[in-house]
Design a binder for this molecule. Structure first.
Ligand code: ADP
Ligand code: 5GP
Length: 187
């Protein structure tokens, strides 16, 4: 891969971003994963420095003041941000990076790093299956599921702003589509 790119995956919560990224990296460990910072509480399965860097609100706001984030956003009332240094170092070393961020963050990055960004929106196959997967994950309260579905419906309205869309029905098929997008944009 001689032209490093930043592959930005967005979707509604429960769309399958984390699952697809994990599977893609098993096939392509050379693509680095950008670990975001967040103020939300760790969920079961989260690991400090693996899924996220978990910060206090004060620590996050210090990061904002020091321009430590390529972008940051308030998502579901919590701060989330992309550490700038990691992306700069990866590009300097010629490595591509994959990340999952919300729709507003994807838009900001697209404008900040034109020509280096490929944005991909992951769609659940139907509203029923989306809700089933969100519940099946077993990590969110009823209140949080309702909030995520309400926000998600607004995010779905912006799917056409992305370079590519993938319907995540059959996981292997969706993974194949993601892999082809990445390979065709890495030349
Ligand atoms: P996101 O990171 O977008 O919030 P996840 O990757 O956590 O979504 O996926 C939400 C849930 O749906 C998880 O329990 C995951 O195992 C499941 N899931 C993801 N993709 C598929 C698929 N293609 N078929 C069935 N279940 C899936
Ligand atoms: P979760 O709490 O379910 O892990 O993530 C909630 C939302 O925050 C998801 O849409 C996820 O893509 C988004 N997110 C994760 N990291 C970042 C980030 O660094 N910046 C932005 N803007 N959104 C992020």
């Amino acid at each position: 891969m001689n032209s490093p790119k930043l592959f930005v995956l967005s979707s509604v919560a429960g769309g399958g971003k984390s699952t697809l990224i994990q599977k893609l990296r098993e096939r392509h460990p050379e693509i680095l994963f950008s670990i975001s910072c967040t103020t939300r509480a760790p969920r079961p399965g989260d690991k400090e420095g693996v899924t996220y860097f978990f910060l206090t609100k004060e620590e996050f706001e210090k990061g904002i003041a020091e321009s430590a984030f390529l972008e940051w956003a308030l998502v579901h009332d919590q701060y989330y941000g992309t550490p700038l240094k990691f992306i700069e170092e990866a590009f300097a070393n010629g490595s591509s990076v994959i990340m999952d961020i919300d729709v507003q963050g994807a838009k900001i990055i697209q404008e900040k790093l034109p020509g280096k960004i490929v944005t991909i929106f992951i769609l659940p196959p139907s509203e029923e299956e989306w809700e089933r997967r969100l519940r099946g994950r077993g990590t969110d309260s009823e209140e949080s599921i309702a909030k995520r579905m309400k926000n998600g419906k607004l995010e779905l309205e912006r799917q056409n702003e992305f370079d590519y869309k993938i319907v995540n029905d059959d996981l292997e098929k969706a993974l194949g589509e993601l892999e082809s997008i990445i390979l065709s944009n890495s030349k």
